[in-house]
Ligand binder design. Structure first.
Ligand SMILES: *Cc1c(COP(=O)(O)O)cnc(C)c1O
Length: 398
């Protein structure tokens, strides 16, 4: 009945598959907090996170999940009563805004669509109307993990500049850093944040924030600061200040191994791998969609994320498909969340994934479509293979 036994595949958009090398890096005793090795580990990671965010600014590591990273970013640059503009394109920017509202920040949400990227022209138009510069920060996610929308971050920066607006530009890269290009300094991002358990292939429990000089200046007078998140305190000389207490040592060991793997492969190569695997997934879904029971959530191909593909179901329970691939094939797909709850499922192709993992996930899905008699265009997996066969050939005999 079931062909599930074997290595289980996690095809959810976080936490993602953790490489064996990263898991093994944690199999060691704890260290004294101020051991020279621990100090060097922290310093090395803070420096290497600058290479990941592509910034000369300051980086911070928190024992927290992504929500903690959101709070860290907000408390360090905002004051009570400040207004922020949230650019929604799904669930996650709204979630970031909800954290700000809880702290007493005046939050305005630019509603947008669950099926398309934030419109930079609408951002420019809204900011032009803010003649008194009441808006202190613009919050956006690069990839919204619920909708599968990828936003054009440089275009939004240009829109802020076109409006001549001084608001801080704050970007959530949780589902995009180490999946697609993220250029904090070149794109004029003032505050960036991410977390361990998505593209960065590390167990959940670490959040990362990066701040440029402009953000550090605003930080000086921000009155929402609290000691745990406080950048100034974390820039202190003492090692324990950098973690505001005991470092999350084993997660740091894991992150060290993950960053080593990332730099060995190369960020550009990683972005390319994600684009290829997303292309294969999109090729399969396009073919299946011909049957009418499945469709992409994101309408425009160019606005689809490279790390996760939400698929809508029509006339068939999404849970029947996800339950089948789980029980029969040992593949865990993501449930649709937010406005899409119950309306589809999400295929993640994020982090530590290669062609056989994605083809295996797509193969299990195609098996489910056949077994459950879901109307679908034939040859989705063949289309995915063809996409990779045509595009993934870095090594050529000469
Ligand atoms: C997963 C995710 C978060 C939240 O991270 P948690 O670790 O679950 O708190 C925030 N933003 C985006 C874009 C995400 O994908």
């Amino acid at each position: 009945m079931s062909v599930a036994n074997g290595r289980a595949l996690l095809a959810i958009p976080g936490p993602t598959n953790i490489p064996d090398r990263v898991l093994q890096a944690m199999m060691r005793p704890a260290e004294e907090l101020n051991d020279p090795g621990m100090i060097a580990l922290t310093d090395g990671l803070l420096g290497d996170l600058k290479r990941v965010f592509r910034t000369k600014g300051q980086t911070f590591i928190y024992a927290a999940n992504g929500h903690g990273g959101w709070e860290a970013a907000l408390t360090n640059v905002l004051s009570r009563g400040d207004k922020v503009l949230v650019l929604a394109s799904g669930r996650f920017a709204i979630g970031w805004g909800e954290m700000a509202r809880f702290m007493g920040v005046d939050v305005e949400v630019m509603t947008g669509s669950w099926r398309a990227s934030v419109d930079p022209a609408a951002v420019a138009e809204r900011l032009r109307r803010d003649t008194g510069h009441a808006i202190k920060a613009v919050l956006v996610v690069q990839i919204d993990t619920a909708s599968g929308v990828a936003n054009d971050i440089p275009a939004i920066r240009k829109a802020i500049d076109a409006a001549g607006h001084p608001a801080l530009f704050m970007v959530d890269g949780v589902a995009s850093v180490a999946c697609m290009p993220f250029e904090m300094d070149d794109w004029g991002i003032d505050v960036a944040m991410s977390a361990a358990q998505k593209g960065l292939m590390t167990p959940p429990g670490l959040a990362f924030v990066a701040a440029n000089d402009k953000a550090m200046r605003v930080h000086q007078s921000a009155d929402l600061k609290t000691l745990y998140w406080d950048w100034t305190s974390r820039l202190g000389e003492m090692h324990y200040l950098k973690h505001c207490g005991t470092p999350p040592e084993h997660l740091l060991f894991a992150l060290r191994a993950a960053l080593d793997m990332i730099f060995e492969e190369g960020l550009e190569a990683i972005w390319h791998r994600h684009a290829l695997l997303a292309g294969a997934t999109h090729a399969a879904v396009s073919r299946w969609a011909e049957g009418g029971a499945l469709s992409f959530n994101v309408v425009e191909p160019a606005q689809r994320a490279v790390s996760v593909t939400p698929v809508l179901t029509h006339g068939v329970e999404a849970s029947a498909i996800t339950d089948y691939v789980q029980a029969v094939c040992g593949v865990t797909l993501g449930a649709a969340i937010g406005d899409l709850t119950g309306k589809g499922f999400r295929i993640a192709h994020m982090g530590h994934v290669n062609a056989p993992m994605v083809l295996g996930t797509l193969g299990a899905l195609e098996m489910a479509l056949q077994a459950l008699d879901v109307s679908h265009g034939a040859g989705g997996v063949a289309a995915a293979i063809a996409h990779l066969g045509q595009n993934a050939s870095p090594v050529r005999a000469v």
